[in-house]
Design a binder for this molecule. Structure first.
Ligand SMILES: NC(=O)c1ccc[n+]([C@@H]2O[C@H](COP(=O)([O-])OP(=O)(O)OC[C@H]3O[C@@H](n4cnc5c(N)ncnc54)[C@H](O)[C@@H]3O)[C@@H](O)[C@H]2O)c1
Length: 331
């Protein structure tokens, strides 16, 4: 491979177009070969922005590729990841690595056997606000950690036809908890069900633990107001991160003096003591792509197995929810 990495995006949908934009702008580091998509509309949208387009991966491969970004529907990750690994291409596959952890483990095994760089796109690991929280925890800013509570809720994206809410978005927060605690995780309980979809779990509440720290995760596609946030409570206070706006705030533990008027109660409730921690804001996806290319060059990428932790927990939680639903229905 020459110094410049030749890379294509496969799947120009909701996330693929952000990969393409970033790759196009990272042109001092990589050669963006273009966009592969099976949809004519997707290719037309890419062509409008001046990106070279290909109906099949073979056409892009024929031009010479070193790496691919796979931003296809999750059900296609396995087939395409394995195909690209067999061609010797470095692969950045969007999260989750595949529809099942079994398929994910096979992708990892094949990449290792072939000596091909493989990374899974857990973008929150590259979110400056989440990294600032991780660093604050590591530096002892929160003292002993007593709990993590994450919410990723919103409406159902109609385009997602394969994965359930835990496999599609729950994995982000499970992975984030593992990242914040630098720990493996254990699922303790899962509740949820199918509120608006018949064929897949679309709301879930999980209880987990990692290093003895309680973790609560709420994931759903049934909330009309979008949220991507996490609270971490420790002996020294509490941190809050909004993953989208990249704000990381800390409120130190404090006494609440007694108040004797109703206005005083309301006032005390409103007066937050949050201070905003410094976050050098940057698009997380761009940082993720840069880390991928740096990893290809240095041979040092995060172990892909970490992506199986969140996927296995999402699978276990789905099975628990389905079993409970069946039990409640008297099946
Ligand atoms: N990291 C994140 O924050 C994030 C955000 C969104 C999606 N994702 C992940 O990215 C993946 C894609 O999600 P999305 O929301 O962009 O989906 P999408 O449906 O919007 O896009 C998928 C694209 O793949 C194309 N496609 C389908 N079959 C194809 C084939 N056989 N060959 C070539 N192209 C094909 C479709 O035409 C479409 O343009 C999913 O695995 C999802 O979990 C990650």
């Amino acid at each position: 491979m020459s110094d410049r990495i030749r890379v294509a995006v496969v799947g120009y949908g909701a996330i693929g177009r952000h990969h393409a934009r970033n790759l196009n702008e990272l042109n001092e580091e990589v050669d963006f070969v273009g966009v592969v998509d099976a949809s004519k509309n997707a290719l037309a949208a890419a062509a409008e922005l001046g990106y070279p387009t290909f109906q099949t991966l073979d056409e892009a491969v024929a031009l010479g590729l070193d790496a691919v970004v796979l931003s296809l529907p999750t059900a296609l990750h396995f087939e395409y990841a394995v195909g690209c690994i067999d061609l010797g291409l470095a692969v950045l596959v969007e999260k989750p690595i595949a529809m099942t952890s079994e398929q994910g483990a096979e992708i990892i095994e094949r990449a290792r056997a072939k000596g091909v760089p493989l990374m899974i796109g857990y973008v929150e690991r590259f979110n400056p606000a989440v990294v600032a929280l991780r660093d604050f925890i590591r530096a002892g800013g929160l003292g002993e950690i007593y709990g993590i509570s994450a919410r990723r809720v919103g409406t159902m994206p109609a385009r997602i036809q394969d994965a359930n809410v835990l496999i599609d978005i729950g994995v982000h927060d499970i992975d984030m908890a593992a990242f914040l605690l630098a720990s493996d995780l254990e699922l303790l309980a899962a509740q949820g069900g199918r509120a608006m979809l018949n064929d897949r779990v679309d709301y879930a509440f999980l209880a987990l633990q990692g290093r003895g720290v309680p973790i609560h995760i709420e994931s759903n596609w049934i909330t009309p107001v979008k949220a991507r946030e996490v609270f971490v409570t420790g002996a020294n206070g509490i941190c809050h991160v909004d993953c989208v706006t990249q704000s990381t705030r800390f409120a130190a533990a404090r006494e609440f003096p007694a108040v004797s008027t109703f206005e005083g109660v309301v006032d005390q409730y409103k007066t937050g003591e949050f201070v905003t921690l410094t976050v050098e804001k940057e698009e997380p996806l761009r940082r993720e792509l840069r880390a991928f290319f740096a990893g290809i060059r240095t041979g040092e990428l995060p172990p892909p197995e970490i992506s199986l932790v969140s996927l296995r927990i999402a699978e276990q939680a789905t099975a628990m929810i389905d079993a409970r639903t069946a039990q409640l229905a008297g099946k």
